[in-house]
Unconditional design. Structure first.
Length: 332
C-alpha cells in the first residue's frame, strides 16, 4: 500500500503541541518525585540525541561517550569548588575540553569500522575512567579518585546553578534537549549531514566522490562530545555529586547508544522516543524486580531490547511514522 508523505505543516503542528505539553507539565503536576523522574528521562533523551549526532548519522557505534559526560561534569564541579566560577561557564569549558579530547581520540581511530571502532572507544573510555578512579590529586587539583566530588550547597542561585525546587532543572534540561534536537534537524539538512549519510551508506564510494570521511566524521564527533559534556555538567549540578563509576562508566555509554538505536538512530525524534521507552522501563524493572530477584530485572530489560532489535530494526519511530503517514499523510 502506498504511503503518503506527511505535510510539513502537520509535522510543525505536532512538534509545537508536544513542546507546549512539555512546557505546561510542571504547572499541572506538582509531585517532586514525578518531576525528578521526568528530568531523568529528558536527561537520557538529551544524551542519546548528543550520541546520535555522530554515531547515528555515520553508523559507527561508540561505547565510550560517557567519558565526555564525565569530563564535562568534572570541569564544572572543579571550576566551582576550586575557583568559585559559575557552573554555566564550567559547562562551556568542559564542552570545549571534551571536543578536544574527542578529536585526539578519534583521529587515530576513524579508519576503524564496526566492532573494531566500538572496542577501541571502550578501551579509551575505560583507560580514562580507571585513571580518574585511582588519582586523588593531579597538579594540585583534588579529584578524590573513586570517592568522587560533591557540589557544595550554596542556596538558590541562577548564577550557581542551584535551586530549591526541581522545576528550574526541568526547564533547563528541556531547553537543552530542544537545542540538541534543533541542531540535529539543521545538521540533517546541511552539507555535513548529507556527507555523513553518504559515509554511512558507502564510505569508499563517498571518498571517491571527494568527501573526506575523516574530516566530516571528526567534526560530527567533536560536536557530539561537546553536547555530551554539557549533559554531564547538568547531571553533576543536578545531583550535586560526581564520580568516575557513574559518570564515566561503560553502562552510561551503553544507555546512550541503546536509547538512540531502539528509538531510531539517524533521526531527530528517535533518541527521544527511545528514552521515553527505555528509561522508565529500566527504572520500573529495577524497582520491582531488582530487590527480590537479583539480576532478573536486567534479564527482562535485555529481553525487551533484543525483541526490539529483532522486530523493529529501524527503531520504534519507524512504525509510528508509517501510521502517521497512513492516517495524516497528504495525498498527491
Amino acid at each position: 500500500m502506498k504511503l503518503h508523505a506527511l505535510s510539513p505543516r502537520f509535522t510543525l503542528i505536532g512538534t509545537g503541541l508536544l513542546l507546549l505539553a512539555a512546557l505546561l507539565l510542571p504547572l499541572v503536576l506538582h509531585d517532586q518525585f514525578f518531576i525528578h523522574s521526568v528530568i531523568m528521562v529528558l536527561y537520557f533523551a538529551y544524551l542519546a540525541s548528543a550520541w546520535n549526532l555522530m554515531c547515528g548519522y555515520v553508523g559507527q557505534i561508540s561505547f565510550g561517550h560517557s567519558v565526555f559526560s564525565g569530563v564535562g561534569g568534572y570541569a564544572s564541579v572543579l571550576l566551582l569548588t576550586g575557583m568559585g566560577l559559575s557552573p554555566w561557564l564550567g559547562m562551556l569549558v568542559g564542552g570545549i575540553a571534551a571536543a578536544l579530547l574527542a578529536v585526539a581520540m578519534g583521529y587515530p581511530t576513524m579508519r576503524l569500522r564496526g566492532p573494531y571502532f566500538a572496542l577501541t572507544t571502550i578501551a579509551f573510555a575505560e583507560i580514562i575512567r580507571i585513571w580518574f578512579e585511582n588519582t586523588d590529586v593531579v597538579f594540585g587539583i583534588p579529584l578524590k579518585g573513586a570517592e568522587g566530588l560533591s557540589v557544595p550547597l550554596i542556596g538558590t542561585s541562577w548564577a550557581m546553578f542551584q535551586f530549591e525546587s526541581k522545576v528550574p532543572y526541568y526547564y533547563i534540561i528541556l531547553v537543552m534537549l530542544v537545542v540538541v534536537m534543533t541542531i540535529t534537524w539543521l545538521m540533517e539538512r546541511s552539507r555535513l549531514g548529507i556527507c555523513l549519510k553518504a559515509i554511512r551508506g558507502d564510505r569508499d564510494a563517498a571518498e571517491s566522490l571527494g568527501i573526506n570521511p575523516t574530516r566530516y566524521t571528526l567534526t560530527a564527533l567533536a560536536m557530539s562530545a561537546f553536547m555530551t559534556a554539557l549533559g554531564g555538567s547538568f547531571y553533576a549540578q543536578f545531583i550535586r555529586f560526581i564520580n568516575p563509576e557513574r559518570n564515566m562508566g561503560t553502562e552510561l555509554s551503553i544507555d546512550m547508544a541503546l536509547m538512540s538505536i531502539i528509538g531510531g538512530q539517524g533521526t531527530v525524534f528517535g533518541p527521544l522516543l527511545g528514552a521515553l521507552f527505555l528509561a522508565p522501563l529500566a527504572e520500573i524493572t529495577r524497582t520491582y524486580l531488582g530487590g527480590n530477584f537479583a539480576g532478573l530485572h536486567l534479564a527482562l530489560y535485555g529481553l525487551v531490547l533484543i525483541m526490539a532489535v529483532l522486530y523493529l530494526p529501524k527503531g520504534l519511530l519507524h512504525p509510528l511514522q508509517q501510521w502517521a503517514r497512513r492516517t495524516f499523510g497528504s495525498k498527491p
